[in-house]
Design a protein around this ligand. Sequence first.
Ligand code: HEM
Length: 65
Amino acid sequence: MNIDVTGQKVVSDLSAVGSRHTGEWLVKYMKREVAINGKKHIKNLKTSGADIEKLAKWLATLNAK
Ligand code: HEM
Protein backbone atom coordinates (compact mmCIF):
# COMPACT_ATOMS: atom_id res chain seq x y z
CA MET A 1 0.00 0.00 0.00
CA ASN A 2 1.38 3.40 -1.01
CA ILE A 3 0.40 6.89 0.12
CA ASP A 4 0.17 9.59 -2.56
CA VAL A 5 1.04 13.30 -2.24
CA THR A 6 -2.44 14.12 -0.97
CA GLY A 7 -2.07 11.54 1.78
CA GLN A 8 -4.58 9.16 0.23
CA LYS A 9 -3.99 5.46 0.19
CA VAL A 10 -3.43 4.17 -3.33
CA VAL A 11 -3.14 0.62 -4.56
CA SER A 12 0.19 -0.80 -5.63
CA ASP A 13 1.98 0.33 -8.77
CA LEU A 14 2.17 -2.87 -10.81
CA SER A 15 4.45 -1.47 -13.56
CA ALA A 16 7.41 -3.48 -12.24
CA VAL A 17 5.57 -6.24 -10.42
CA GLY A 18 7.43 -8.83 -12.54
CA SER A 19 10.68 -7.84 -10.82
CA ARG A 20 9.17 -8.68 -7.43
CA HIS A 21 7.20 -11.86 -8.05
CA THR A 22 7.13 -14.90 -10.30
CA GLY A 23 4.14 -15.90 -12.41
CA GLU A 24 3.50 -18.87 -10.10
CA TRP A 25 3.39 -16.63 -7.05
CA LEU A 26 1.09 -14.15 -8.83
CA VAL A 27 -1.39 -16.93 -9.63
CA LYS A 28 -1.49 -17.88 -5.95
CA TYR A 29 -1.80 -14.27 -4.85
CA MET A 30 -4.76 -13.68 -7.16
CA LYS A 31 -6.41 -16.83 -5.83
CA ARG A 32 -5.75 -15.45 -2.33
CA GLU A 33 -3.60 -18.45 -1.40
CA VAL A 34 -0.55 -16.37 -0.42
CA ALA A 35 -0.14 -13.07 1.42
CA ILE A 36 2.11 -9.99 1.46
CA ASN A 37 3.13 -9.06 5.00
CA GLY A 38 0.39 -11.31 6.31
CA LYS A 39 -2.28 -9.74 4.10
CA LYS A 40 -4.07 -11.48 1.28
CA HIS A 41 -5.14 -9.47 -1.77
CA ILE A 42 -8.02 -7.24 -0.78
CA LYS A 43 -10.10 -8.29 -3.75
CA ASN A 44 -11.21 -11.75 -4.66
CA LEU A 45 -10.92 -11.34 -8.42
CA LYS A 46 -14.03 -12.78 -10.00
CA THR A 47 -12.11 -14.66 -12.60
CA SER A 48 -10.56 -18.09 -12.60
CA GLY A 49 -8.41 -20.78 -14.18
CA ALA A 50 -7.01 -19.89 -17.57
CA ASP A 51 -7.74 -16.16 -17.14
CA ILE A 52 -5.70 -15.98 -13.95
CA GLU A 53 -2.86 -17.92 -15.58
CA LYS A 54 -2.80 -15.51 -18.55
CA LEU A 55 -3.01 -12.44 -16.34
CA ALA A 56 -0.21 -13.69 -14.07
CA LYS A 57 2.00 -14.55 -17.05
CA TRP A 58 1.60 -11.05 -18.39
CA LEU A 59 2.08 -9.37 -15.00
CA ALA A 60 5.30 -11.37 -14.54
CA THR A 61 6.71 -9.72 -17.71
CA LEU A 62 6.25 -6.20 -16.30
CA ASN A 63 9.55 -4.67 -15.30
CA ALA A 64 9.39 -0.90 -15.77
CA LYS A 65 12.60 0.92 -15.05
C1 HEM B 1 -7.35 -7.14 -12.33
C2 HEM B 1 -7.31 -6.49 -11.17
C3 HEM B 1 -6.17 -6.58 -10.21
C4 HEM B 1 -4.97 -7.22 -10.28
C5 HEM B 1 -4.43 -8.08 -11.41
C6 HEM B 1 -4.25 -6.94 -9.05
C7 HEM B 1 -2.98 -7.42 -8.75
C8 HEM B 1 -2.25 -7.07 -7.64
C9 HEM B 1 -0.91 -7.51 -7.36
C10 HEM B 1 -0.08 -8.43 -8.25
C11 HEM B 1 -0.52 -6.95 -6.19
C12 HEM B 1 0.86 -7.11 -5.49
C13 HEM B 1 1.68 -5.91 -5.77
C14 HEM B 1 3.08 -5.95 -5.24
O1 HEM B 1 3.60 -6.99 -4.84
O2 HEM B 1 3.69 -4.91 -5.25
C15 HEM B 1 -1.64 -6.14 -5.71
C16 HEM B 1 -1.65 -5.41 -4.54
C17 HEM B 1 -2.71 -4.71 -4.06
N1 HEM B 1 -3.95 -4.60 -4.64
FE1 HEM B 1 -4.51 -5.40 -6.41
N2 HEM B 1 -5.03 -6.14 -8.25
C18 HEM B 1 -6.22 -5.89 -8.91
C19 HEM B 1 -7.27 -5.16 -8.45
C20 HEM B 1 -7.33 -4.52 -7.23
C21 HEM B 1 -8.47 -3.80 -6.73
C22 HEM B 1 -9.78 -3.62 -7.48
C23 HEM B 1 -8.13 -3.32 -5.49
C24 HEM B 1 -8.88 -2.50 -4.52
C25 HEM B 1 -10.11 -2.07 -4.65
C26 HEM B 1 -6.77 -3.75 -5.22
C27 HEM B 1 -6.06 -3.47 -4.08
C28 HEM B 1 -4.74 -3.82 -3.84
C29 HEM B 1 -3.99 -3.39 -2.67
C30 HEM B 1 -4.48 -2.52 -1.54
C31 HEM B 1 -2.70 -3.95 -2.81
C32 HEM B 1 -1.51 -3.76 -1.87
C33 HEM B 1 -1.27 -4.90 -0.96
C34 HEM B 1 -0.05 -4.59 -0.07
O3 HEM B 1 0.97 -4.09 -0.58
O4 HEM B 1 -0.14 -4.84 1.14
N3 HEM B 1 -6.32 -4.48 -6.29
N4 HEM B 1 -2.68 -6.24 -6.60
